[in-house]
Design a protein around this ligand. Structure first.
Ligand code: AGP
Length: 636
């Protein structure tokens, strides 16, 4: 309990200064590596590849050796830039790297990181946004500093240079602190300098930063998957902290007063293999196939925290389920589970709309369950901060231990999906649904809303879902591949479901849009006749999600007939013995029978994930790094 109190008070101190709803952060990947010996550049290059899902507009590396800084950078993806400049060929055992998702300054070489000072002695990489960079820049230009880029980041090396001018006896750390204290906004920064070629200094404010340590080397990164092949000893860095890295050592200090912070490394139970493709053509396909395993892991989620969370939900007078994208779809499905199993009304809300929709009414009696696999999505954190300022209770569901969401949550639960590299969320979605179902069952038990038999049956079916999903992948993928071939050039799709599978329909649509760039529309099937059906023409592909259990099966058949009457091509996701819908469908994919409707989104979404994947792959698209997207959206 003590640990939680400290972090919340620190956080409130940070946020009472009215920093919520500010313009968000730049989302990139930073990495630093300092070793006793050996070349740092190849290590940085390989680690940047593991961070490339955070942004891939440009890449750059800087190293320091023999008192000299070397910088290589260019616009484009790491593999393409490497072909031109050879990112492995920089001297020295100390270096920093950056992969960018541009906000300030176009994705051009001149705006690529690392940025250096006028003398080319100090190099900086940055993830975040420096809000007051414009005034800092004009001050520095008035002091004859020359700027070459349009970025906010470039003020940092010049501020360090200016600090050294102000006090030449200062160490790099002292000059860095002087510079950082002038910054407003968010940052994860890493700095090296030819002036002090034996350390890396880095600092964090609101953007993620984690340190990896082993015997002869130390690393800093935006995400621990970057250094996982080298070490699973990770140290989470808090806002307002700086870290001095030397080979095998790290020293944490508070930026404000320089006081030392003692923090031991945590052992991360992820294996490096979990972060590489293991022979799959894409991370997304690997992650789809990992779901039987990740669902087993999620069923091992810590019971104690499930109990704690369900106690908070049980006592709450109003519950908002807040998230973005795929995580929002898990919230939508969760709201059906909570009301159907525990008679608990909950309100799923798009995080980007929360402040506008509920910012004024959320209060001390409100409970927010924020869901985010990365734990860093700015819109979701923005909704959480707004609610926290109004004393609401914050609960968290995330896949990333140590993320900001885990820091701001009164209680959070880790969903145990392992690292998800593909930008399109797959295994994290089914894990989120499994946690929602486990919470709803616990709540139902607490509230005595279901008979023991019902509870036992549901619990048993939930335990069986990993095998169910395994059977779908093994027996249906070939069929889905044929479907993808048939519909690869379709211009538009409808995804329809009823009840809890409205959420599954939304998720199927999002997957197809985000990786295959196919326009798709999803809505509750009952809404068809209130407008969308006017779009239907012969051959128009309409995907129906049709569990056999529950009240929706009959009405869904009516909706299928409506579409069929206008010539639509019916693609149904059905239970294996559902002859009625099979007869109405042009194509169908089967899932094992006997799945309770309230759990059905988990197995029924698998064919939709596979359909989107195979259409995108047939189209030769970059499935793992779709255009215009990034894995962790840290911009509001
Ligand atoms: C889903 O495939 C997308 N990557 C995106 O919609 C994502 O779900 C959304 O950005 C939320 O991310 P989070 O779960 O990390 O908060």
């Amino acid at each position: 309990m003590l640990k939680i109190l400290i972090s919340v008070s620190e956080l409130i101190k940070t946020y009472i200064t009215g920093r919520t709803n500010e313009k968000g952060f730049d989302m990139c990947g930073i990495f630093g590596c300092i070793m006793e010996n050996g070349k740092a550049a190849p290590v940085i290059h390989a680690s940047m590849k593991r961070l490339e899902y955070r942004g891939y507009d440009s890449v750059g590396i800087a190293t320091v050796s023999n008192g000299k800084l070397t910088v290589k950078k260019d616009q484009g993806k790491i593999d393409d830039v490497h072909k031109i400049v050879n990112l492995d060929d920089l001297p020295g055992s100390i270096g920093i790297g950056h992969t960018r998702w541009a906000t300030h300054g176009a994705p051009l070489k001149v705006n690529a990181h690392p940025h250096v000072d006028c003398n080319g002695e100090t190099a900086v990489v940055h993830n975040g946004i420096i809000e007051n960079y414009a005034e800092l820049r004009s001050e520095l230009e008035n002091r004859n500093h020359t700027f070459v880029s349009k970025t906010d980041t470039e003020v940092v090396p010049h501020l360090i240079e200016e600090a050294f001018k102000k006090n030449p006896t200062w160490t790099l750390t002292e000059a860095f602190v002087d510079a950082v204290k002038k910054l407003e906004g968010s940052y994860a920064l890493a700095v090296i300098s030819a002036k002090e070629p034996d350390k890396i200094v880095c600092a964090r404010n609101e953007s993620p930063l984690v340190i990896g340590v082993c015997e002869k080397a130390t690393y800093c990164a935006s995400d621990l998957t970057a250094f996982l092949p080298m070490t699973n000893k990770a140290v989470m860095i808090n806002d307002g902290e700086l870290v001095i890295l030397t080979p095998g050592h790290y020293e944490i200090r508070r930026i404000q007063d320089g006081s030392e912070v003692i923090r031991k490394p945590e052992i991360i139970d992820w294996t490096p293999e979990m972060a590489v493709k293991q022979g799959y053509p894409h991370f997304m396909l690997k992650e789809i196939h990992e779901q039987p395993e990740t669902l087993r892991n999620t069923l091992r989620a810590q019971g104690h925290y499930l109990d704690l969370l369900s106690t908070f939900l049980d006592r709450a007078s109003e519950v908002f389920l807040v998230a973005c994208g795929t995580s929002y779809h898990a919230c939508l499905a969760g709201s059906y589970m909570f009301s159907k199993l525990a008679f608990l009304p909950t309100y799923p809300v798009y995080a980007s709309e929360f402040v506008e929709q509920h910012g004024k009414s959320v209060n001390i009696d409100s409970t927010i369950l924020a869901v985010s696999q990365s734990g860093e999505t700015a819109d979701t954190l923005g909704a959480v901060m707004c609610s926290q300022q109004r004393a609401a209770t914050i609960l968290g569901l995330t896949n990333t231990v140590g993320s900001t969401l885990t820091r701001v949550s009164r209680v959070y639960i880790g969903q145990q999906s392992g690292p998800e590299i593909g930008v399109a969320a797959t295994k994290t979605f089914t894990s989120q649904l499994s946690v929602m179902a486990q919470l709803a069952l616990k709540l139902s038990t607490k509230r005595g809303k279901c008979s023991q038999d019902e509870m036992d049956t549901l619990a048993e079916k939930l335990e069986l879902l990993p095998e169910t999903v395994e059977a779908i992948i093994l027996t249906q993928e070939e069929k889905v591949k044929q479907l993808a071939k048939k519909y690869r050039d379709a211009k538009i799709f409808f995804f329809l479901g009823r009840g809890i599978n409205t959420a599954t329909a939304y998720e199927g649509r999002l997957k197809l849009m985000e990786i295959a760039y196919v326009p798709a529309i999803a809505f509750p099937a009952g809404e068809s006749k209130h407008g969308p059906i006017s779009l239907i023409e012969p051959g128009f592909p309409v995907v129906f999600i049709c569990p056999k259990d529950g009240a929706t099966h009959k009405t869904l058949i009516g909706n299928i007939m409506e579409m069929k009457a206008r010539g639509a091509s019916i693609i149904s996701i059905i239970e294996e013995d559902d002859e009625e819908i099979k007869a109405l469908s042009d194509d169908y994919v089967e899932v094992p029978k006997g799945i309770p409707e309230v759990l059905s989104p988990i197995p029924f979404v698998i064919p939709l994930q596979m359909l989107a994947y195979h259409i995108a792959s047939l189209r030769g698209l970059d499935v793992d790094q779709p255009r215009n997207l990034a894995k962790s959206v840290t911009v509001e």
